[in-house]
Design a protein around this ligand. Structure first.
Ligand code: NDP
Length: 246
């Protein structure tokens, strides 16, 4: 994709992995739409930082609501232009015994991690199909590939995202749109705050490359899949996990 004047939307872009993705796509030459839900301060500071190198705006939206997503896309079109690259990164994690998962916990997980990506992709595709050009990247998880005990709702949502990636890639390939997933292993962000230093050490030791991931490790993979270097790649899951799951 020629990135001149192209717009990249990163959901959950103000913090963690999303923040690193915004930085790398700004460096690649895209206009950046930072989506945030609660992290207004972080979104503003990232906007200020990236303004030096890119056209950038921040948009508040809870992606688990389809109407809010529609409004956000209209606002992005008005300010930056139509979205050409969509990175579905917004997500929540939670640990619970399967039998302790309530209806509310289940719905919140699916609505945020899976339906959010559906709502955003549906909006983005209207323009992408028109232009016969576009890229969608879904941030999955290795637990969506192999399943995690105590995170069945999370694993289910991420496995759904991988299924959506493959099926959608088949449907929109002829329209010039590529759809891929990046599947991170353990990455040091706020999402890992509930893990003790000891737990993180164990996870590190279980990783063949003997290190935990950084947000930049994930952002580099996204940057590659968005770029023209990945022009013949669609419907794939690129696992970025230091070898934790092979
Ligand atoms: P963080 O907890 O650091 O950040 C989560 C991000 O998601 C925040 O920017 C948050 O926005 C956003 N978000 C959550 N709910 C919503 C919502 N309803 N609407 C809009 N935005 C929302 O997590 P990470 O950066 O670590 O995770 C990013 C993605 O990577 C997630 O999809 C996660 O599942 C995935 N991942 C992470 C791994 C890890 O080890 N860290 C491993 C595998 C996958 P705000 O703060 O503005 O509310």
């Amino acid at each position: 994709m020629n990135m001149n004047n192209k717009v990249a939307l990163v959901t959950g872009g103000a913090r963690g992995i999303g923040r690193a993705i915004c930085r790398s796509l700004a460096n690649d030459g895209f206009k950046i739409a930072i989506n945030y839900n609660n992290s207004e301060k972080e979104a503003t500071s990232l906007k200020d930082e990236l303004s030096a190198i890119a056209e950038v705006e921040a948009f508040k939206c809870d992606v688990s609501y389809s109407n809010s997503v529609k409004e956000m896309f209209a606002e992005i079109s008005r300010t930056l232009g139509n979205v050409n690259v969509l990175v579905n990164n917004a997500g929540i994690a939670e640990q619970a015994l399967f039998t302790d998962i309530t209806d509310e916990m289940w719905q919140r997980m699916i609505n945020t991690n899976l339906s959010g990506a559906f709502y955003c992709s549906r909006e983005a595709l209207k323009n992408m199909i028109n232009e016969k050009n576009g890229v969608i990247i879904n941030i999955a998880s290795m637990w969506g590939e192999v399943g995690a005990s105590m995170e069945v709702h999370y694993s289910t949502a991420k496995a759904g995202l991988i299924g959506m990636t493959k099926a959608l890639a088949k449907e929109v390939g002829l329209s010039g749109v590529r759809v891929n997933a990046v599947s991170p292993g353990v990455v040091l962000t706020d999402m890992m705050n509930s893990f003790s230093e000891e737990d993180k050490e164990i996870l590190k030791e279980e990783t063949p490359l003997n290190t935990l991931g950084t947000p930049e490790d994930i952002a580099d993979a996204v940057s590659f899949l968005v770029s023209d270097k990945a022009r013949f790649i669609t419907g794939q899951v690129l696992s970025v996990n230091g070898g934790f799951v092979i």
